[in-house]
Design a protein around this ligand. Structure first.
Ligand SMILES: NC(=O)c1ccc[n+]([C@@H]2O[C@H](COP(=O)([O-])OP(=O)(O)OC[C@H]3O[C@@H](n4cnc5c(N)ncnc54)[C@H](O)[C@@H]3O)[C@@H](O)[C@H]2O)c1
Length: 291
């Protein structure tokens, strides 16, 4: 299977075996992103960088977008690590990581950024709207500006990213995949927390994805969310050690998640392994919501 084809499900797996087609191992190849181009926002570090590397390992050219004008030493190290990886028999030629400076709250610059990627690479197949900020304040005194700032990044920025990618996919007739990073906090609230703005923004992202999925389905563009639980990144490390430990005790697995534990969901949603999945939320929270 070549990467730029959309999977013809009539020629995969059991259907291929019963049709007497030549033996081809499709299970891993369905996850291949060879020849695909992806944009990941907030990807200098944390979950964004982890998912970018995973998509590049699966074959994609990944544009990591973030606020700094130039990436830091850690990002460069990951880029070099990616460049040094061997090709993979099921995935094909590996992809690569590129860095782009941008701000998801600037709608027109987001649109221009996606256009620039298409000018350079000729296509845009995947977007991961990951950039987000966390902020806490008591709900009865939440300052309007502070509340707005969270919504600007976590909600408006996600829309502008989806628009930027979706416009290019629609223009080029690409049946792309747009993944919005929400949170388990989009559908639950934390006890003893002051997360009204953050939780509200993430809840809106879940509904945004369903709405975009319904509108873009006729173009074959899929939109889904991933809702991580507490994951070990700079964002969660900014809280006290006591609170971090409390969070770890709040799910059946008794620990905080690692960024690499979100790779599978992202690779599945980005690739032809999930061609019938749109408007869905994939929860990766160590079972937090099961309790
Ligand atoms: N870490 C968790 O426990 C957790 C849980 C659920 C959801 N999430 C979500 O996952 C996403 C990534 O979180 P993380 O934990 O990796 O956080 P992080 O703080 O480590 O990374 C966020 C990145 O987004 C970038 N960013 C912030 N504002 C931006 C803007 N205006 N434009 C472009 N980039 C911007 C930051 O510079 C940073 O590199 C966020 O949307 C977050 O809400 C995180």
């Amino acid at each position: 299977m070549t990467s730029t084809q959309t999977t013809d499900t009539t020629h995969v797996g059991v259907a291929a075996a019963l049709a007497g087609l030549p033996s081809v191992r499709t299970a891993f190849a369905q996850f291949s992103l060879q020849g695909r181009v992806a944009l990941v926002t907030g990807a200098q570090r944390g979950i964004g960088l982890e998912l970018s590397l995973a998509l590049a390992e699966a074959g994609a050219v990944v544009y990591c977008m973030d606020l700094p004008t130039t990436p830091d030493a850690d990002w460069v190290k990951v880029q070099e690590y990616c460049a040094g990886l061997p090709d993979h028999p099921d995935v094909g030629t590996k992809g690569r990581l590129e860095y782009m400076h941008g701000d998801v709250t600037n709608q027109k610059s987001m649109w221009a950024l996606a256009e620039e990627i298409v000018k350079t690479e000729g296509r845009l197949d995947v977007a991961v709207a990951n950039a987000g900020i966390a902020a806490t304040a008591p709900c009865l005194e939440y300052e309007a500006d502070d509340f707005q700032k969270v919504l600007d990044v976590n909600l408006n920025g996600v829309l502008y990213t989806a628009q930027a990618a979706g416009q290019q996919m629609a223009k080029l007739g690409i049946k792309g995949s747009i993944v919005l990073i929400a949170s388990m906090n989009g559908s639950i609230a934390n006890p003893n927390g002051q997360w009204t703005a953050y939780n509200t923004s993430k809840s809106a992202v879940l509904q945004m994805a369903r709405s975009l999925a319904c509108e873009l389905g006729e173009k074959g563009i899929r939109v889904n969310t991933i809702s991580p639980g507490y994951t070990d990144t700079a964002m969660t490390r900014s809280v006290s050690r006591e609170l971090f430990a409390t969070w770890a005790s709040q799910n059946p697995l008794g620990r905080i998640g690692r960024t690499d534990e979100l790779r599978g969901a992202a690779m599945w949603l980005a690739s032809d392994a999930s061609t019938f999945c749109t408007g869905s939320d994939i929860i990766v929270d160590g079972g937090h919501r099961a309790w």
